[in-house]
Design a protein around this ligand. Structure first.
Ligand code: HEC
Length: 294
């Protein structure tokens, strides 16, 4: 009897170890492309002139200059030989098999809340891209003992976001999910402490010291933010890059709306999702913060 129980437990254990986990078994690349659009085409990973995912985007920070790696399915220079679990861990937990803990330049602590189904679909889409043979560029001027510092950062500021099997399906809750964990609007629109930690008390309130030292507007529903925009104005901006006073957004915002290297961006996301984002933005705490461009 005992031998039988042990034998069947062993068989079960082996089955769990060798079969792909059901979590990642059925990634849907077509839905993954929609997520990729909502994630602004994972823009840092695509050079301006393409091809999608080939890596090389430069991000300058006070902690060094970083180059986004190749995320195409090339076996040697991309992530072609990584398992789905390994890619998911890099996206949501900031840990890669090659380098250990990632620098928080990669916003893994925001993607941490991305649902299992969504991350599986996103990975299926990445696997459908053309493999590009392009070696990664080493980061420059990183902190001494950088990997240790990144581990410490994750410990102190990493997310404890709870993730579900699926993301919320609609309404303001879906908007919150998309803003915080997929489209990561806060990555640019929320100011950071000098340790690079996003300041919760200034959530989406803009800053003069945004990415690459540029200013980023306040998008909370305060008069100093976008309090006088209605939901249709916000959807219109995300689809066309145009503000209610017929200004075209520039720079990083234009990049995330358009997508990078001919790939999808916010403009290609389903309108229902963009409406959910707009409804959520109208529901958040208004913060008084006038950001003057520089
Ligand atoms: C990669 C950085 C980045 C990300 C990600 C980003 N934005 Fe922006 N956003 C900017 C910058 C920079 C501007 C200013 C553009 C300009 O001045 O032309 C801007 C402008 C805007 C504006 C116009 C505000 C105004 O007062 O004119 C809105 C609204 C906006 N963003 C909403 C969003 C939303 C919603 C998301 C997420 C779905 C988002 N942004 C994601 C960088 C970003």
């Amino acid at each position: 009897m005992l031998a039988h129980v042990l034998g069947s437990s062993f068989a079960l254990l082996m089955a769990l170890l060798v079969s792909p986990s059901p979590l990642f078994a059925a990634g849907d690349a077509a839905h993954g492309k929609i997520l990729f659009a909502l994630a602004a085409g994972c823009g840092c990973h695509t050079p301006e002139s393409g091809p999608i995912g080939a890596g090389g985007g430069e991000v300058k920070t006070p902690f060094g200059t970083f180059y986004a790696p190749n995320i195409t399915p090339h076996a040697q220079t991309g992530v072609g030989s990584w398992s789905d679990e390994e890619i998911a861990s890099a996206v949501r937990d900031g840990e890669t098999r090659a380098h250990g803990i990632e620098a928080p330049v990669m916003p893994y602590y925001r993607y941490a809340g991305m649902s299992d189904v969504d991350v599986a679909d996103l990975i299926a889409y990445l696997r459908s891209l053309s493999p590009v043979d392009k070696a990664n560029q080493a980061h420059r001027d990183e902190l001494p003992l950088a990997r240790l510092a990144y581990r410490g950062w994750r410990l102190l500021f990493g997310s404890s976001a709870r993730r579900g099997r699926e993301g919320p399906k609609g309404g303001v809750e879906r908007g919150r999910y998309l803003v915080d964990h997929v489209a990561i609007c806060g990555d640019c629109h929320t100011p950071r402490s000098r340790f690079g930690e996003p300041l919760a008390s200034m959530y989406l309130a803009g800053t003069r010291q945004g990415p690459n030292g540029k200013s980023v507007p306040n998008i909370t529903p305060h008069a100093s933010g976008i309090g006088d925009w209605d939901e249709a104005d916000i959807v219109n901006l995300l689809q066309k890059g145009r503000t209610p006073d017929f200004d075209n957004v520039q720079g990083l915002m234009a990049d995330v709306v358009d997508g990078h290297g001919g790939g999808p961006g916010y403009k290609d996301a389903p309108e229902a999702d963009l409406r959910a984002v707009a409804a959520y933005l109208k529901s958040i705490q208004p913060i008084d913060n006038t950001v003057t461009a520089k």
